[in-house]
Each structure stands twice: as C-alpha cells, then as structure tokens.
Write a protein that binds this ligand. Structure first.
Ligand SMILES: Nc1nc2c(ncn2[C@@H]2O[C@H](COP(=O)(O)OP(=O)(O)OP(=O)(O)O)[C@@H](O)[C@H]2O)c(=O)[nH]1
Ligand SMILES: [Mg+2]
Length: 501
C-alpha cells in the first residue's frame, strides 16, 4: 500500500570555500611590488525550494546524495576564485525538513520558500586582502572552509491534490481504485481504510493525485472514529470531493444529511494558521452507487438540492465505472485552477528564505578536561574553530596570524582565568581538534607568572620556561652586557686604560 507520508534521507555536501592565494606582484624594475594574491570563492549552498510543480520525493529516493559546487581558488594578480554554484533542489510544497536527530529545521509549506539545508564554506582571503600597515607583504593566505556536510530527512505529509471525503463505506476506496492504478482494500464494513491511499489520476493531458482517507462519522472533529487522523490528512489537500452513498440502507441516512454531517466536521476542524479552512477549499460532489436502481432514483432526486447549494454534482458508479471520465476532467479543472492560483501567489509573494539556525558567532568558551597527561584546555566557539580551519599550519606566518587573532579575541586571558600556564595543552575545537602547547604572549605574561587565582606557582612547579622567563633571562643577559659596558666606560674615564691608546 502506498502510504501517505513520504520520507527520504538526503545526504548533502555543500561546496568548500576556495583557498586564498599568496602571490607577489612583479614589475620590471620593481620585482617585489606588493602582495596581489586573490581571495578564494565561497562554496555553493544546497538549497531546498518548495515547488508546486513537484509532487513527490521519488527523485531523492533514487539519488539521495547531492553535492553543491566548490569555490574556486584565488589567483595572482588579484583574481578572486569563482563562487561555487548553489545546488537548488525542488521539493513538493508541504515538505518538512528535519535534522538527523529528528529536530524540525523548516516547514516548506509556502510555495517558493527557500531553505539553505547545507551552507557552503567561506572562501579564504588572499595575501592582498591580509596586507595591513603592519604586515605589508603577508607570506600566507587563509584556507577555504569546508562546506557543511551531513544528513537531513525530508518528510512529505501531503501529496494529494484532491481528498475524497465521506461516510464509511460510501465507496471512496472503490472510487480511487476506479480512477487510478491504486489498489486499496475494499470491503463492505465501515473503516476498511485505516491509512490513506494515494492514486495518480490521468485525465487527458492533466495529471493529479487523489487521496482516499478513512471514513468520517459524526464527532470526527472531536476525535471519534478515525476522525482527527483523517482530518489531518485532508488538511494539506487543495480540493475536496464529497463521495455520497446513495444506496445506504441505514436508517436516518441519506446523501443530503450525510453531507451536512461531513461539512459540520470539516468546519469544526481548526487548520494551522495561514492555511485555508477546509470548507473554503474547492469542493465537488459525487453521488455514488448509481448502478443500483434505487440509488439512481435517489441521486436524481437530491441532485437539484445540491446544485442549489452551489455544488457541481456528478452521478457515478465506482463499481460500474460510470460517469468517471466527466468527474476526472472536472477534478483536473479545479486542480489546474488551484495550481495556477498558487503559482500566482508564488510570484506575487516575496520569496521567503529560511536559514539554518544562526550559530553564535561572538561567543567562545574554554572548558577543562582531565587527560592522562594532565589537564586539557579546550576552546570551543564558531570563530576560533573557523580560524583554525583557515590556517595553513605549514606556514609559520599563518600560525602567527592565528595567534594574533586568538589573542585579540581574549582567548589568552580566558585561558589564564581557567588556570592554564605556559606549556599547558590547549585544544581548539571539538574532538581531537588542533592541539597546541600554549605559549602565552607577553601581554598576559605577568598574570601567567603569578599564576591563576587560587594557585601558587611556587607550589605547582612547572619547569617549562615561559616566554616571559626566556625574555627576562635575555634581558638579564643584555643588562649584564650593558653593565659591563658601563663599567668599561667608568674605568676608561678613570684613566685605567689610557696606556693602551
Ligand atoms: N453497488 C455499488 N457498490 C459500491 C460502489 N462503490 C463501492 N461499493 C461497495 O461499497 C462497499 C464499501 O466500499 P469502499 O470503497 O470500501 O468504501 P469506503 O468509502 O472506502 O469505506 P471506508 O474505507 O470504510 O471509509 C464495498 O462493498 C464496495 O463494493 C458502487 O459504485 N456501486
Ligand atoms: Mg476505504
């Protein structure tokens, strides 16, 4: 049986950002005329677009792996890399996007809505862009960032253009079987249909989908019978076809009162905000079982009343396949009108672009972890992690630039506060990340010397020399030299060395 909810896992890879370029401009009499390495291009996004022309997720069942284009590398002579093209994937209107963990990321219920499911990686800056007054000719460039890759799931709740509604045993399943290739279970007892069935109907040039849903009884909008389930499925169909049983022998039932009951239930059902109430959607009436003589009479009898209520009425027999052609063309007509209407509102409405939840760019935190070889200080945050990804660790200048950036962000002070000392193991990013032996720069060295609050370096001996220590021994040595020089001066002045001159 075709189930109503269609689901597929999509494996996405957004484009990687291109690397920035290191290049030096060369002119005839000026061999080193400044940096001119261009920036890398950004990687392309994978974008899901809600498209009224698409009705199933079948395409993604067949090809679940999708990759957007990578950004081009920067080049010399200030040439930027090309931006990777976005990959647009059309999905049916009503598709719900969920993360691998099952969290809802986006509900593409409005035609034309775009959702960036996988964001492309940022291109790296070239050395021209990294030049500054202080750093006139950078010998490094930033690497491009990898594009997002991962799995999202798509769920489609509505695929049907038309929902068949009516009492149990009115012949809805029989009708969908007669109109399409669907093979639902058909039987002579109420609630034969427990799950909706879908059928594709071809009427001349037109093609549309019909959903056969469980029968509806009085009180369905309160949850009686299979009520709410049923109504939830109707919720996403554009048009309704009332299937009325003209051959029922149950006391107190006839096509007109059946329709009243069904309409009451439809009217009592609250659709989600922004959606058309069920009874305001286009509706047709089919009077079924007209192969039974009494039913045919009854149908002719109530027809006028229904038309007076404004319905287009079709007398049909699902079993005898009578009146079906006319009915299917009439359905095609309202489906087409509905699609055209949606397309129009799609064009007049501003495109909504949904973005993945913004990561907190500003923040970072330092956490400590106990390891076999002592405490590990882990720096987590979007910015520092991206900076690490941009760094070419084979290039000392690039590593120095990273250190500068981290320091400006205040990472050093945060490390000191957490109790890091020179030589502590510092990891940036989750997992094995990038590991450093921390060497504090001079600004925070005074604090490092004193140690973090609550610790005493005289007790917690750390035999690694800090930069500051190195520096102070250096200064000591320099001081010793200058002292010696001064002494020499003094001695000279005292005339001790005069004999040599
Ligand atoms: N004579 C006659 N019987 C029909 C016709 N359409 C359906 N039936 C019979 O009516 C009974 C119920 O048909 P279904 O198609 O299962 O009805 P349903 O509306 O899907 O019922 P639920 O799934 O319970 O809501 C079956 O025994 C069918 O054979 C018809 O056009 N003529
Ligand atoms: Mg049925």
């Amino acid at each position: 049986m075709v189930t109503f909810v269609d689901q597929v896992q999509l494996h996405l890879q957004a484009g990687h950002g291109g690397n920035g370029c290191v290049s030096t401009k060369r002119e005839k009499f000026k061999p080193l005329a400044g940096p001119d390495g261009g920036n890398g291009g950004h990687g392309g996004d994978v974008v899901l677009v809600a498209d009224t022309q698409v009705t199933t997720l079948l395409d993604y069942h067949r090809r679940p792996h999708r990759i957007a284009e990578h950004g081009g590398f920067g080049m010399g002579d200030n040439r930027s890399g090309t931006k990777g093209a976005d990959l647009e994937l059309s999905v049916p209107v009503g598709t719900v996007v969920k993360s691998a963990e099952g969290e809802t990321l986006a509900d593409l219920s409005d035609p034309g809505t775009r959702f960036i499911a996988a964001a492309g990686g940022q291109g790296g800056l070239g050395n021209a862009a990294l030049a500054s007054a202080k750093r006139k000719a950078p010998g490094f460039a930033l690497l491009g960032i990898e594009g997002w890759s991962g799995t999202v799931s798509l769920e489609l709740k509505t695929i049907a253009d038309v929902a068949l509604v009516g009492f149990p045993s009115a012949g809805k399943s029989s009708l969908i079987a007669a109109l399409s290739a669907a093979k639902p279970k058909i039987a002579d007892y109420p609630f034969t249909t427990l799950h909706p069935n879908l059928g594709v109907v071809q009427a001349g040039e037109h093609r549309f989908t019909v959903a056969d849903v469980p029968g509806l009884i009085e009180g369905a909008s309160d949850g009686k019978g299979l009520g709410l389930d049923f109504l939830r499925h109707v919720e996403r169909c554009a048009a309704l076809l009332h299937v009325l049983d003209c051959a029922t022998l149950e006391p107190g039932r006839d096509p007109l009162s059946d329709l009243e009951v069904v309409k009451r239930e439809l009217g009592a059902y609250a659709v989600p905000e922004g959606q058309t109430p069920l009874l305001e959607r286009p509706q047709l009436v089919a009077l079924n079982k007209t192969d039974v003589p009494e039913a045919r009479e009854l149908a002719e009898f109530v027809r006028g009343d229904l038309e007076a209520q404004g319905y287009r009425v079709f007398e049909i027999s699902a079993v005898a396949h009578a009146g079906l052609r006319e009915l299917s063309f009439a359905l095609a007509e309202i489906v087409e009108a509905e699609r055209a209407h949606r397309l129009e509102s799609e064009q007049t409405h501003e495109r909504i672009v949904l973005r993945p939840k913004a990561v907190d760019e500003s923040g970072y935190r330092v956490v400590t972890e106990g390891g076999t070889y002592g405490t590990i200080f882990r720096i987590l945050g979007a910015k520092p992690e991206r900076w690490v990804a941009q760094t070419d660790f084979t290039n000392d200048e690039a590593v120095g630039y990273l250190a500068d950036r981290l320091q400006k962000l205040g990472v050093e002070d945060a490390l000191v506060k957490k109790g890091a000392v020179a030589g502590s193991t510092v990891v940036i990013g989750p997992g094995s990340g990038v590991v450093f032996d921390w060497e504090p720069t001079v600004t925070s060295a005074a604090e490092v010397q004193m140690g973090a609050r609550g610790s005493d370096l005289r007790v917690d001996q750390n035999d690694r020399r800090t930069n500051h220590e190195r520096r102070s021994t250096y200064h000591d040595r320099m001081d010793a030299k200058s002292e010696a020089r001064e002494e020499l001066e003094r001695e000279r002045e005292a005339g001790l060395w005069e004999s040599e001159q």
